[in-house]
Design a protein around this ligand. Structure first.
Ligand SMILES: *[C@@H]1O[C@H](CO)[C@@H](O)[C@H](O)[C@H]1NC(C)=O
Ligand SMILES: *[C@@H]1O[C@H](CO)[C@@H](O)[C@H](O)[C@H]1NC(C)=O
Ligand SMILES: *[C@@H]1O[C@H](CO)[C@@H](O)[C@H](O)[C@H]1NC(C)=O
Ligand SMILES: *[C@@H]1O[C@H](CO)[C@@H](O)[C@H](O)[C@H]1NC(C)=O
Ligand SMILES: *[C@@H]1O[C@H](CO)[C@@H](O)[C@H](O)[C@H]1NC(C)=O
Ligand SMILES: *[C@@H]1O[C@H](CO)[C@@H](O)[C@H](O)[C@H]1NC(C)=O
Ligand SMILES: *[C@@H]1O[C@H](CO)[C@@H](O)[C@H](O)[C@H]1NC(C)=O
Ligand SMILES: *[C@@H]1O[C@H](CO)[C@@H](O)[C@H](O)[C@H]1NC(C)=O
Length: 330
C-alpha cells in the first residue's frame, strides 16, 4: 500500500518536474529474504565465505591495511580468457594487513547468477519472478592465480593503503552498503555514445561496488598510490528518453502494452542458456537488441519503456573511472 502511494508520488513528480537523470538507485532499509524459487545453479553464492558476521576487521587501529584492485575475465572458470577479448571483466577488492601478512577478498556479485539478474522468469500464467539480488561476499585469502591470469586486462595490483582504524570504519560502511543496496542492475543506459551524452540509468554490479568502495576508502583517508588507472566494464544500451510505465500490475491494464511487454520478455526468457550453451545464448541475446528496437527496463522495482537508438543500440565499454570520481560529483 505504502509502495503504491510512493509510486503515485513518483509519477506525479515525474509529470510535474521531469525526470532526474540518471535515475537514482533506490536503497532498501533491510535486505528482503531471497525468494526460495531462486536458485544459483552451477556457481553458488559465496561458497568459501561465512554466512553471518562475514566482515573481516583489522585487529589493531595502528595496522596498515593495503588495498588491491582485482580483475579477471568473467566466467574464467569456464571460458578461461575468452571474455577478456570482449573486455568483459569481473572486479573485486583485496586487502592485506601489514602487521600479520593476512589477506582477504571482497566480491559483490549475483546471488543467483547473471542471467537470473538480467531477465525475469516468466511463469505459465505470465506472472514474473525476478531473482535479481546481489550481495557482498567476504572471504579469507587472495587466490593470486585467480586474478593474476594471462589476460592483459587481469589485475592483482596494490592501489592504496589505509590505517586499521579507518579501514574498520569503512568495513562498517560496507556492511551497511550490503544490507541496503540489494538489487543487481546489469545495464547502463545512455542517450548516445558521445562525450556529451546523458546517462539515464547506472548499472549496479561488481564494478559499481569497487568504484564506490574505493571512493569511500579515499574519503576515509586512504592514500592512493600514484599513476593508478582502473578501467571497468559496462554493458551500455543507447536509447531515446525512457518512459516510466510503473509496476507489472499497471502494465497489465493496457492490453496492447501488456502483450508487447510479454512478447519482449518471452523472447529473452527463451534465449537463456541451458548448460553448455552460454556462448550461443549470448550471441542470440546480443542479436535481439538489433532486431527488437525497444527495451523494457526493470529498475527500482518499476518498468521503463525505451526506444533503442539505431544502428548501434548496444555496446560494451571498458573505460577508466578515477578513484575519486564519485566524491567529485557531490
Ligand atoms: C539461475 O541460473 C542458473 C544458471 O543459469 C540456473 O541453473 C538456475 O536454475 C537459475 N535459477 C532459476 C530460479 O531459474
Ligand atoms: C551480504 O549479504 C549477503 C546476503 O544476505 C550475505 O550472505 C553476506 O554474508 C553479506 N556480506 C557481509 C560482508 O556481511
Ligand atoms: C501464477 O502462478 C504462480 C505459480 O504457479 C502462482 O504462485 C501465482 O499466484 C500465479 N499468479 C496469478 C496472477 O495467477
Ligand atoms: C595472500 O595470502 C596467500 C596465503 O598466504 C598467499 O598465497 C598470497 O600470495 C597472498 N596474496 C597477496 C596479494 O597478498
Ligand atoms: C603475477 O604474475 C606475474 C607474472 O606471471 C608475476 O611477475 C607476479 O609476481 C605475480 N604477482 C603476484 C602478486 O603473485
Ligand atoms: C560537447 O559539449 C561541449 C561544451 O558544451 C562542446 O564544446 C562540444 O562541441 C560538444 N561535443 C559534441 C560532440 O557535441
Ligand atoms: C496502451 O499502450 C500503447 C502501446 O504502448 C499506447 O500506444 C497506448 O496509448 C496505450 N493506451 C492507453 C489508454 O494508455
Ligand atoms: C582505459 O580507458 C581509457 C580511457 O577511458 C582508454 O583510453 C583506454 O584505452 C582503456 N584501456 C583499455 C585496455 O581498454
Amino acid at each position: 500500500m505504502i509502495f503504491q502511494y510512493l509510486l503515485v508520488a513518483l509519477l506525479s513528480f515525474v509529470i510535474i518536474y521531469g525526470t532526474q537523470w540518471p535515475v537514482p538507485y533506490e536503497r532498501v532499509t533491510n535486505r528482503p529474504t531471497n525468494n526460495p524459487y531462486c536458485q544459483a545453479g552451477l556457481i553458488s553464492f559465496c561458497p568459501t565465505g561465512k554466512t553471518e558476521d562475514a566482515m573481516i576487521y583489522a585487529q589493531d587501529d595502528n595496522d596498515i591495511i593495503e588495498i588491491f584492485a582485482l580483475k579477471k575475465p568473467v566466467w574464467s572458470f569456464k571460458f578461461g580468457d575468452l571474455m577478456a577479448k570482449f573486455k568483459i571483466m569481473h572486479d573485486a577488492l583485496g586487502f592485506r594487513s601489514q602487521q600479520t601478512g593476512q589477506n582477504w577478498t571482497m566480491e559483490w556479485y549475483e546471488l543467483d547468477q547473471l542471467f537470473n539478474c538480467t531477465f525475469p522468469h516468466v511463469l505459465q500464467n505470465d506472472s514474473f519472478i525476478w531473482c535479481d539480488q546481489g550481495a557482498l561476499c567476504v572471504y579469507n585469502g587472495i587466490v593470486d592465480s585467480m586474478w593474476n591470469g594471462s589476460s592483459d586486462l587481469s589485475m592483482l595490483k596494490k592501489v592504496a593503503q589505509i590505517s586499521g582504524k579507518n579501514y574498520n570504519t569503512w568495513a562498517s560502511w560496507a556492511v551497511n552498503d550490503n544490507d541496503t543496496g540489494v538489487y543487481y542492475e546489469t545495464w547502463t543506459v545512455y542517450s548516445d555514445n558521445g562525450p556529451n551524452s546523458t546517462m539515464y540509468f547506472d548499472s549496479y554490479d561488481c564494478a559499481s561496488f569497487v568504484i564506490r568502495g574505493l571512493n569511500q576508502l579515499y574519503s576515509y583517508g586512504a592514500d592512493i598510490l600514484p599513476n593508478i588507472h582502473l578501467n571497468y566494464t559496462r554493458i551500455n544500451i543507447y536509447s531515446y528518453e525512457p518512459e516510466l510505465l510503473g509496476t507489472y500490475d499497471q502494465i497489465v491494464q493496457n492490453q496492447t502494452l501488456h502483450q508487447d511487454f510479454l512478447n519482449f520478455y518471452h523472447n529473452f526468457d527463451s534465449k537463456k542458456p541451458s548448460t553448455g550453451e552460454w556462448i550461443k545464448s549470448l550471441i542470440d541475446i546480443y542479436e535481439t537488441f538489433f532486431l527488437s528496437r525497444r527495451f523494457y527496463l526493470y529498475y527500482n522495482n518499476v518498468y521503463w519503456y525505451m526506444k533503442l537508438k539505431q544502428p548501434a543500440p548496444l555496446k560494451i565499454s571498458f573505460n577508466e573511472i578515477p578513484i575519486t570520481s564519485l566524491l567529485k560529483m557531490k
